[in-house]
Write a protein that binds this ligand. Structure first.
Ligand code: RET
Ligand code: FE2
Length: 354
C-alpha cells in the first residue's frame, strides 16, 4: 500500500518533469525560430512595405497573442489545485473591470502619459514573463534573490522596449503618434523629448552596459554553464533582433512567438490534464485544451476593442490607425493581466521562494 502511494507519487513527479521538459524545449525552439525568422526576413527583404510589417500583430488577434491572456480567469485556481468557482471568476472579472476601466479612462484624459505608462508596463510584463522562463524552464541557478530577478526583468523587458527606441526612433515615434492621436493629435508632441539623439544615446549606453554587466554577473554565479549559455544566447539574440528587424514587425513576431508562447506553456503546466497530455507527447491535445479555454474571453476582448473603436474621438481609418486601436486595447487589458500574472508569480513562489 505504502509502496503503491510512493510509486504513484513518483510517477506523478515524472509526469510533471516530462511535461516541463517538453515545455522548456518548445519555448526555446519557438524563441529561436522567432529570432531567425525576423532576421532572415529583414535581411532578405530590402524594405518591407508597412502593411506587411503589421501582419504578425494582426495575426496575434486570434493566434497566440490575444488568447494568451484569455485564460487569466483559470490560472490562479488551477495553480492552487482548486476548482474554478463563480467567486474566483467574479474576482478576476472585477479586477479587469476596475483596473482596465481606470486605465482606459486615463487614455482619454492623458494619452501621452498613458503611452509612456504602456511602454513601462510592457517592459515590466515581458520581463516578468522571461524571469519565469529563465527560472522554471531554462533552469538558471543564479537568480536566487529578488534583486537578481529584478535585474533580469529589466534586461529582458528592456530589450523589446528600449532597443527599438535607440535603433528605429522614426518608426517608434510613428507608432507612439498613432496611438496618442486617436485621442488627441496635439498630445504626441509631449513625447518628442524621448527621441532626441542625446536621450537615445544615453539609453543605448546605459542599457547596453546593464545587459553586459548582468550577463557577466550570471557567468560568475552560475554553477552550470549550459543554462547560462542559453540565457546569454537569448539575450544577445534578442538584442540583435530588435536592433535589426523593423520594430512593428519585430514586436509582432516577439509578442506571438516569444512572450505568448512562453505564457501559454506556463498556463498548460498548471492544468493537470494538459500536463498529462504534454508528458505523453500529445501536443495537439494540450493545445486543443488551451484553445477551448481561451476562446470565450478572446471573443470578449474583441468586444472591448469594438467598444473602444466607437468611443475614441478619431475613428481609425488606416491600417496603422486600426493597429493603434488594437494596441490601446491591449494596453487596457494588459494592466489587469499583469496583476493576475504577478499573483501567479506569488502563488508559485517565483519571487519569494528559492
Ligand atoms: C508596436 C510597436 C511598439 C509598441 C508595442 C507595445 C508596447 C506592445 C505591447 C504589447 C503587450 C503589452 C502585450 C501583452 O503581453 C513600439 C515599442 C512603440 C515600437 C514600434 C512598434
Ligand atoms: Fe502576457
Amino acid at each position: 500500500m505504502l509502496a503503491d502511494v510512493a510509486n504513484r507519487a513518483s510517477s506523478e513527479t515524472d509526469t510533471a518533469v516530462n511535461a516541463r521538459r517538453r515545455a522548456a524545449g518548445a519555448s526555446h525552439v519557438a524563441g529561436l525560430v522567432t529570432i531567425i525568422l525576423g532576421l532572415v526576413i529583414s535581411v532578405v527583404a530590402d524594405s518591407i512595405p508597412l502593411v506587411y510589417q503589421y501582419a504578425p500583430l494582426a495575426a496575434s488577434v486570434v493566434v497566440l497573442g490575444l488568447p494568451h491572456g484569455a485564460v487569466d480567469h483559470l490560472v490562479l485556481p488551477r495553480s492552487r489545485g482548486q476548482s474554478v468557482t463563480p467567486r474566483a471568476l467574479a474576482l478576476v472579472g472585477g479586477c479587469y473591470l476596475a483596473i482596465g476601466g481606470a486605465y482606459a479612462a486615463l487614455w482619454f484624459v492623458a494619452p501621452a502619459v498613458s503611452f509612456a505608462l504602456f511602454i513601462l508596463l510592457t517592459l515590466v510584463h515581458w520581463g516578468q514573463g522571461d524571469v519565469y522562463a529563465l527560472c522554471e524552464l531554462t533552469g538558471v541557478s543564479y537568480l536566487e534573490t529578488p534583486a537578481r530577478k529584478g535585474l533580469a526583468l529589466v534586461v529582458r523587458g528592456g530589450l523589446p522596449m528600449l532597443v527599438p527606441l535607440v535603433a528605429f526612433p522614426d518608426q517608434y515615434g510613428f507608432v507612439a503618434g498613432s496611438l496618442v492621436s486617436l485621442f488627441d493629435p496635439g498630445a504626441a508632441a509631449a513625447l518628442e523629448g524621448a527621441f532626441r539623439p542625446a536621450v537615445r544615446h544615453a539609453i543605448g549606453v546605459g542599457f547596453g552596459t546593464l545587459v553586459v554587466a548582468t550577463l557577466a554577473l550570471g557567468y560568475r554565479r552560475t554553477d552550470d554553464l549550459e543554462p547560462w549559455l542559453l540565457d546569454a544566447s537569448e539575450t544577445l539574440g534578442l538584442a540583435a533582433f530588435f536592433d535589426v528587424v523593423p520594430p512593428i514587425l519585430a514586436i509582432g513576431l516577439y509578442f506571438t512567438g516569444w512572450h505568448s508562447v512562453r505564457h501559454i506553456l506556463r498556463t498548460l503546466l498548471v492544468d493537470d490534464a494538459a500536463v498529462a497530455a504534454l508528458a505523453n507527447g500529445d501536443v495537439r491535445g494540450a493545445i486543443g485544451r488551451f484553445a477551448r479555454d481561451a476562446a470565450p474571453l478572446t471573443a470578449g476582448a474583441l468586444a472591448v476593442f469594438a467598444a473602444l473603436a466607437v468611443a475614441v474621438p478619431r475613428t481609425p481609418a488606416t491600417v496603422p490607425d486600426v493597429a493603434a486601436l488594437y494596441l490601446v486595447g491591449i494596453a487596457v487589458l494588459t494592466l489587469p493581466h499583469v496583476v493576475i500574472v504577478a499573483l501567479l508569480d506569488l502563488e508559485q513562489g517565483l519571487w519569494t521562494g528559492q
